[in-house]
Design a protein around this ligand. Sequence first.
Ligand code: ADP
Length: 192
Amino acid sequence: MRLVLLGAPGSGKGTQAARLAKRLAIPRLSTGDMLRAAVSEGTPIGTRVKAAMERGELVPDDLVVAIVAECISLPDAKSGFILDGFPRTVVQATALDDILRAADLRIDRVLELDVDEAALLVRILNRADEAKVNGFARADDTEAALRMRLEEYRGQTRPLADYYRGQGLLKSINGLQSINKVANSLLEALDA
Ligand code: ADP
């Protein structure tokens, strides 16, 4: 099964992607995690993307597309994967379609976690506070970067819902339910 999980920052996407990946026994490919790893390892890519990430801006499409193309060609992604944080722009989505088409593959389902903006800002600011206490604060969890991440989502990523709806692939799930309920709703959406 090849899945895309769409959702704003704070929508619970990372949590649900990890649970789904375990349940379906397929890898979770998180571009956010990959890029953060590149930054902390100080690789050339990490050096290139650090500033944009800290501001909450998207990093260049060509760069993320290249990273994902490599990941989905690896043996452990052969039987499927869950993309978490990618695609985030229509350019990335069409690039993904092209990569998969060349391998005679396609996306089976796109799951969207729907959470209204007021709830998102509260959630991410709380998460940032908790992370600070635990010593796991992300460089892009400042209020300014969070607002930028939401703006990027609204402007660049939200239109992807229409893109995938047009392909008949989109299922939208209420992300304001409890973590377990959201997880169940996602599984039901896959069975449907
Ligand atoms: P969030 O919790 O804000 O959804 P992620 O962990 O998915 O965060 O991503 C963190 C940051 O990594 C983004 O704000 C962006 O700078 C960069 N990033 C991750 N995925 C992509 C992508 N597909 N395209 C461009 N930038 C990305």
